[in-house]
Design a protein around this ligand. Sequence first.
Ligand code: 13P
Length: 257
Amino acid sequence: MNKSIKKVVIANLKMNGSLSFYDDYLKGLKNGLHDIDNIDVGLCVPYPYLAQAQSILNGSNISWGSQNIAKFENGPYTGEVSATMLNDFGVQYVIVGHSERATAYCESNENIADKFNAIKKYNMTPVLCVGENLIEREAGIMEKVVASQIEAIIKCYGVEIFSDSIIAYEPIWAIGTDMAASPEQTNHMCSYIRKLINQDELNEVKNLKIVYGGSLNSENAVQLFGLKSVDGGLIGRAAINIEEFIKICQSAQTFET
Ligand code: 13P
């Protein structure tokens, strides 16, 4: 099992903030987390603030990242941002397949697979979001849904592409609802995902982290991070508040092995 790896805590700041917000936020976090070194922390900011994140966080123990990427390398793709552009700004983490994008912009699983490949090709860490909606959960087909999201990538690029990657189990019904998945539901799905990827038990995919996202906050973090199957978290609303985000990081630190 994958238990000697560091927990990872990633903030998805979504479409929030401003120049002055990020100035305070990035400096405050750098200061507030300066003595944390046994977990990995990443901040996925909107594209326009990547340069600011790079200039303030460079040399700190916090990495930064984006919330999307183009699947193409360059060319006539108005409004898109490529992997090499993200490389220019020192990006480490790239969120891909977030349900808010998949729903609003009709992203197919194949499109997400190509984006995942672009991230790996340029040595960044994909944070692949997978998860079922409420109807799918009530129908009991959450494993099938998550399997099809992951298998689309395996089919195009092989299972090895998941080495040095992060998969976030983010049930859609738990995002933005204050209704986090229970520890049992989280444990079940995160264990399922790990088994799905590591079907060849003798040849486990290296350094794959599986994290939970969806209404994670400082109150439920300890319980969720304490699960053996959970390597960390992807946090939306609770990450907007620095003190709250620091508390979540401190909870993860407790479980570092
Ligand atoms: P919330 O933490 O606001 O529910 O959002 C989770 C999320 O979508 C992280 O990617």
